[in-house]
Write a protein that binds this ligand. Structure first.
Ligand code: FE2
Ligand code: FE2
Length: 478
């Protein structure tokens, strides 16, 4: 009997076998057929697709800032895994891919129910205790069931997805521990049982069990979900219509020194929390685009959430309580309620291509460097890089809808000009007194810098009142 066969098989001088994928014994198990593998992959794809949809749709009206910034992150991660799974399915003798088909009606109900969850608590538990763990378990099963050699490319997709699923579940578990008490959990018990029934009726998320055949009656999704375009904020955000400080006029005034300008830039960064609120509406309300559109828009949305968090971390690092500023929602509220999705995209593109000039993001980075605050230089350096990417994404997805670039920019220009200043109106309606919050922010920073406030800087009181009637010259969020 030859010693190099069967159980006694030896690799050359004991080297790792099979390119490090598996042992001979592991790879000698037949595993999943291509058809079974693809059927499962399509279910993971559907799950990530629906999770991306749910997380995006719930950004705008979610008041809690930590969730409003967390959902964009997770929506983006889901979008990347959708992309990876689409690519993998496309490699599996599969055209037509059938990726738009719903793998099982009970799975559709499962995700519809979570999308329509009436409270933040239910939404969190639905996503992070039900959907993501079910998906994670399915991917783990895939890795155990499939042949590690023949299906190595799928295993790689599963492994990468599980890394990020673990991060998402960790975030969600902590969020639930902070926000969901026993009372809320008891109140949602029957709904959670319904979610379990859905998964069982679908033969688990991956279809590896016999479906129970149980008919599911919808609860939250009995009426179909309607996206809520009105941005909401938690209690740390107040006076949401305030236009009492014009940060752009300060930033571009050569008489003011760079350090207080850095503070104004942090305000502008944090105020960018209105961009995810607005971009979510474009993504949710624009149907029928190629998947690449949704992936790229979700990347940009996530970048904008990061820009807001850069503002937050900058303020915290300077010992400034940002809640003393007025992080308003004017921009997202007005675009979401007064413009079509196409008009909103046009305004976004119009603003972002305007940032590519010498007075745009380059200038902000230069001010960051001159401020002598190293973190400011880092923030503006990356913010600039992100905006260059966003301008490129606009060229890819926005411009081609028009005859040429000029037409596309003119359209954005017109859309933006149609949004007229509501400075007087919001004051007359009693929504704000346009209070000047700047001294409170500046004085805190001076204390931290151990510096006597500059009287001219402290007295800054230019508001948005004397802006031209259309908001075009007001640098919007991007
Ligand atoms: Fe941007
Ligand atoms: Fe931005």
């Amino acid at each position: 009997m030859k010693t190099s066969q069967g159980a006694n098989y030896q690799s050359y001088r004991g080297l790792p076998t099979l390119a490090g994928l598996a042992t001979m014994a592991e790879a000698a198990r037949p595993g999943l057929s291509v058809a079974d593998c693809v059927a499962r992959l399509k279910r993971y794809h559907y799950a990530f697709l629906r999770l991306h949809e749910i997380l995006t749709a719930r950004i705008t009206a979610e008041p809690i800032y930590e969730l409003k910034t967390g959902f964009p992150h997770h929506a983006y991660l889901c979008a990347e895994h959708v992309q990876a799974l689409r690519t993998r399915v496309g490699e599996m003798r599969e055209p037509p891919l059938g990726l738009e088909e719903i793998p099982h009606p009970a799975l559709e109900i499962f995700f519809d129910e979570i999308l329509a969850a009436p409270t933040t608590e239910e939404l969190l538990v639905g996503i992070y205790e039900k959907a993501l763990p079910a998906l994670n378990a399915a991917l783990q099963r895939h890795m155990a069931d499939t042949n590690p050699l023949t299906d190595a490319p799928s295993i790689r997709v599963c492994r990468f997805a599980r890394l990020e699923l673990a991060d998402m579940i960790d975030f969600g578990t902590k969020a639930i521990a902070s926000l969901v008490d026993e009372k809320a959990r008891t109140a949602m018990a029957s709904w959670l049982a319904l979610l379990d029934d859905c998964l069982a009726a679908a033969g688990r998320l991956d279809g590896t069990e016999q479906p129970t055949g149980k008919t599911i009656s919808r609860l939250h999704s009995a009426k179909s979900y309607v996206y809520d375009p009105v941005p909401r904020r938690d209690e740390r955000f107040h006076d949401l219509h305030n236009q009492g400080v014009n940060p752009e006029a300060f930033l571009y005034n050569p008489d003011f020194p760079p350090r207080p300008k850095a503070l104004m830039m942090l305000f502008k960064r944090l105020r960018e929390i209105d961009v995810p609120e607005m971009m979510a509406s474009i993504i949710v309300q624009t149907k029928g685009k190629p998947w690449g559109y949704y992936r790229d828009m979700s990347r940009q949305l996530w970048d904008e959430a990061r820009h807001a968090m850069m503002g937050e971390v900058g303020f915290v690092a300077l010992g400034v309580d940002w809640t003393q500023a007025r992080i308003t929602h004017n921009w997202s509220l007005r675009l979401n309620t007064e413009c079509t999705p196409m008009e909103r995209h046009a305004v976004l593109y119009f603003i972002e291509q305007g940032l590519m000039t010498k007075t745009g993001k380059r200038y902000e980075w230069e001010v960051g460097v001159e401020s002598g605050i190293p973190l400011m230089a880092t923030i503006q350096d990356y913010d600039w890089a992100d905006e260059v990417l966003h301008a490129a994404l606009g060229r890819e997805w926005y411009i081609p809808q028009f005859g040429n670039r000029k037409e596309a920019i003119d359209y954005g220009d017109q859309c933006w000009s149609r949004i007229l200043s509501n400075w007087t109106e919001v004051r007359e309606r009693g929504l704000t007194q346009h209070e000047n919050w700047w001294p409170r922010i500046y004085l805190q920073a001076c204390e931290n810098w151990n510096e006597t406030p500059d009287p001219q800087v402290l007295a800054y009181s230019e508001t948005y009142e004397n802006q031209r009637a259309d908001l075009k010259m007001v640098a919007g969020s991007a």
